[in-house]
Design a protein around this ligand. Structure first.
Ligand code: ZN
Ligand code: ZN
Length: 153
């Protein structure tokens, strides 16, 4: 059961020249290991600005592949209240104020397997890939089990 609306306001990056404020963007679905966050605030990092200016380190060029996977919702510096938890989530409940690490570990590379998830080789981060949408939306993408999350006051 969920009282989460089916759509939400979100900033969506479709390409390096096409960032749009969407008023009716589909809200994320909560899987069994996921947490949905109602965003209270989201920082704008220098990385977000460089990305929105089309920097090659994000969008790629003739020398490097694209690291971002559009469409995505920017924002890796967010916090908010838990709006929904999956059935396997035990440590958080609806209403908890929560913040998450920005890195979304793969759980499979040699760094993740030895506890050094911050060096994760694919190095996915919230707000740059469509599977890891960020906080510039009313509701945040699910936090998967592997992400380091903390309750805050
Ligand atoms: Zn940043
Ligand atoms: Zn990894």
């Amino acid at each position: 059961m969920s009282n989460i609306p089916k759509t939400m306001k979100a900033l969506v990056a479709y390409s390096k020249d096409d960032y749009r404020l969407e008023l009716d963007y589909p809200t994320p679905q909560c899987g069994p290991d996921d947490i949905i966050i109602k965003t209270e605030a989201c920082g704008v990092c220098a990385g977000d600005v460089k990305c929105s200016h089309g920097a090659a380190m994000f969008w790629g060029d003739e020398l490097q592949p694209s690291w971002v996977k559009a469409p995505f919702i920017p924002g890796h510096e967010f916090f908010g209240r838990v709006a929904e938890v999956g059935e396997n989530v035990k440590d958080y409940k609806v209403g908890d104020r929560i913040i998450a690490d920005q890195i979304v570990p793969c759980g499979e590379c040699r760094f993740c397997k030895t506890g050094h998830y911050w060096m994760c080789q694919p190095h996915n981060i919230f707000g740059f890939q469509n599977a890891n949408n960020g906080g510039m939306a009313a509701l945040n993408m699910p936090l998967i089990e592997l992400v380091l999350a903390m309750k805050i006051l």
